[in-house]
Every structure is written in structure tokens, then in C-alpha cells.
Design a binder for this molecule. Structure first.
Ligand SMILES: *Cc1c(COP(=O)(O)O)cnc(C)c1O
Length: 363
């Protein structure tokens, strides 16, 4: 027997979401599987879509080589490019694509000795002000790289700061800057992350870069998107009730006695805590599903356990199935209740057993 805390990963849903992202976008899409596929397992996720995917994107050469070692042969983009010039020959040997976002990377690329030329995604800072070449320097750098023997192809790229905010004018300003600088240059374009794909299916951008939507979570604040898009949650984060008790009115539960029963309250103890990645800052009232019904968290989350209100679910008992997030409870709602975003919760799942299912392959 084992501790019942488990992250069930449905690779069919991952594939469904990828194909959906690509069809909404209408062009090619790099599946963003950095950070171990947002906590879902990068190699398993990559294998599940390799036949249909246009390519993958990760954050570092270590993440890319893990995929190459698993015989993933599709294109892999390094989203921050190289961190040291010495990585460039390894990048060429393993046929990886790189983002170039800074002048030092341009110089490193121009002076590198490479076994083959590289596909370069030249990134512009069109207004997020994190990474990317300034609009003023962009064209001259483009000209320097274009036709240089170390460069096979250039993709022109930028990233949005506020794509998830439906009323923000900022993305439109960024698009305007990007367009005015790149006008007349004959290279493919990549602008859209998940929020961008869901908010503006933009036909002029050849390559999209969907991340969070592949895992089934809609990052936008536009309620119309949620109903329009049939994204399927990929991770079912589950556990079981391991203890039940009844609190009388006035009795507290858990560390700090932060929750005090206002009525006779049936409490269930769930084998899942912050050491498994459930957020400690989730507030009393955070939705949790027990035996298929929605109830809520009460009291503080501890390292290995948390407590739920079972008063209105009389059939719940020791061994009842608990869904922390998945089909019944949106990970985004748990995140909101804990003052964070779905991305962070998904990336943080640990210690739990991971179980994979895929109708197309036996894992
Ligand atoms: C992580 C990342 C993405 C994916 O973003 P989502 O919001 O998860 O879709 C796209 N582009 C870049 C440059 C990224 O770093």
C-alpha cells in the first residue's frame, strides 16, 4: 500500500489541447514544455505529441538535452538562448534553435565556430522590458545576422506583458512597435503565448508558443474564452480522506486554530499538504471535491495534510476520493484563492506519485 496522493496525467488531454491551440492559432505552434512541462513530465508530454507537434520550447540546454536523450527529434527552441558562449557548439551539434535576446549573445554567435548554422529567434523588447533587443537596435542586428554563415534562418519574435488582460491596450501598442520595426523584413514572426492565442488568433504570426493552455488552464480574464475553448485539464491532483471527526460549535482545527466551527462541523483530513505542492496560502473556502461533490478547505494547510468541511457530504468517509484540482476544481480557482496563478501550482507538484495514461500508447 502507498500514500494515496497522486497526480494523474492524461496525455490524451495534452494532445487534445495542443491540437486545439494549433487550430485556434491557424499556423504552427511550438509546445512550451519548459520546467518539466509545467510540472507534468517533459519527456512523457513530448512523446505524447511528437508525431503531431511542430516543435518544442524549453528554458535551457539541460532541458533540451533531456528531450534529445529521449530520442525527441523535432525542433527544440531554447527560450532564453544560451547562458554562456561555450554552449553554442553543443547547441549546433544537437540541432537546437536559439533565442537571441541580448547584444552579448549576438557577439557570441557571430564569433562562434559551429558545426552547422543555427536557426535564430531574434527577440525584440517591444514593451515588456524584460529581455529582447531594443526596437532601435533590432534592424541593424537583423542585418548583421542575416546571411552570416552561423545563421541558417531568422524568426522575428516578441513577447507580451499583458496578453491575459482583455481590456489592456498594452498588447496593441507592442504589436504596433513590433510591426513598425519589422516592416518589409522577410522572416517568419512569433508573438503569441496562450493568452495571445486565446485573445487574438492573429493570422500574420506564423509561430505560436502555447504553454499553460496545453495543460488545460485558460490564463485570460475573458470569461467568453473559457466557454468557447474546450480545454481539458491534464492533471488530476488527487488524494483520499484518512481521518474524520466532528467539531462542536466553538472548537478549532489545525495549526494556529485559524478556523473555529460556527456550527457542528464534520471535518475530513486529506493526505495532501504543502510538501506535495498544495499551496499553504490557500484560504478557508478554497474549493475541493470530495466523493464527487464540491466542498472547501478549512483551517491551515500543513506539510502532509489539509482539512475539509464534510458537513454537507454525509456519505464522505475514510477512503473517499478527494480532488485537489482537475476536472471538478479548476487549478486556477485554487490559485486565485491562494493569491497566485495556475502556473505556479502546476510547477510545484512534488512527492506525489505520478501516473500517466494515454490511449494511443502504453506508457
Ligand atoms: C513560457 C513562455 C511561453 C508560454 O507562455 P504561456 O503563458 O504558458 O502560454 C511563451 N513564450 C515565452 C517566451 C515563454 O517564456
Amino acid at each position: 500500500m502507498a500514500r494515496p496522493t497522486v497526480a494523474k496525467i492524461r496525455l490524451d488531454s495534452f494532445r487534445h489541447n495542443y491540437l486545439l491551440a494549433r487550430s485556434i492559432h491557424g499556423h504552427q505552434a511550438l509546445a512550451v514544455i519548459k520546467a518539466n512541462a509545467y510540472g507534468h513530465g517533459a519527456v512523457k508530454c513530448a512523446r505524447a505529441i511528437e508525431k503531431v507537434a511542430d516543435g518544442f520550447a524549453v528554458a535551457s540546454i539541460e532541458e533540451a538535452l533531456q528531450l534529445r536523450d529521449a530520442n525527441i527529434i523535432k525542433p527544440i527552441l531554447l527560450l532564453e538562448g544560451c547562458f554562456e558562449a561555450s554552449e553554442l557548439p553543443v547547441i549546433a551539434q544537437n540541432d537546437l534553435w536559439i533565442v537571441v535576446h541580448h547584444e552579448w549573445q549576438v557577439q557570441a554567435l557571430l564569433s562562434a565556430k559551429l558545426s552547422r548554422p543555427l536557426t535564430v529567434w531574434l527577440k525584440m523588447d517591444s514593451g515588456m522590458h524584460r529581455v529582447g533587443l531594443s526596437p532601435e537596435d533590432y534592424r541593424s542586428t537583423y542585418d548583421q545576422l542575416n546571411n552570416h554563415p552561423n545563421v541558417a534562418q531568422i524568426v522575428m519574435m516578441s513577447h507580451f506583458a499583458c496578453a491575459d488582460e482583455v481590456d489592456s491596450a498594452h498588447p496593441l501598442q507592442q504589436i504596433q512597435t513590433f510591426r513598425s520595426v519589422t516592416e518589409g523584413l522577410d522572416a517568419p514572426i512569433s508573438l503569441l503565448n496562450s493568452a495571445g492565442i486565446l485573445s487574438w488568433p492573429a493570422p500574420y504570426a506564423q509561430w505560436a508558443r502555447p504553454g499553460i493552455m496545453l495543460y488545460g488552464s485558460d490564463p485570460t480574464d475573458n470569461p467568453a474564452n473559457a466557454s468557447k475553448n474546450k480545454l481539458q485539464p491534464v492533471m488530476q491532483f488527487e488524494s483520499k480522506i484518512i481521518s474524520v471527526r466532528t467539531l462542536s460549535k466553538g472548537e478549532p482545527v489545525g495549526y494556529g486554530c485559524t478556523f473555529v466551527a460556527e456550527r457542528t462541523t464534520h471535518v475530513g483530513v486529506v493526505a495532501c499538504g504543502y510538501a506535495d505542492g498544495y499551496p499553504r496560502h490557500a484560504a478557508t473556502g478554497t474549493p475541493i471535491s470530495v466523493a464527487g461533490k464540491i466542498t472547501h478547505l478549512i483551517g491551515r494547510v500543513s506539510m502532509d495534510m489539509l482539512t475539509v468541511d464534510l458537513t454537507d457530504i454525509p456519505e464522505a468517509t475514510i477512503g473517499s476520493r478527494v480532488e485537489l484540482w482537475g476536472d471538478k476544481v479548476a487549478v486556477r480557482d485554487v490559485a486565485t484563492s491562494a493569491g497566485t496563478i495556475a502556473y505556479e501550482l502546476l510547477c510545484n507538484v512534488k512527492r506525489a506519485r505520478f501516473e500517466y495514461s494515454d490511449s494511443e500508447h502504453t506508457q
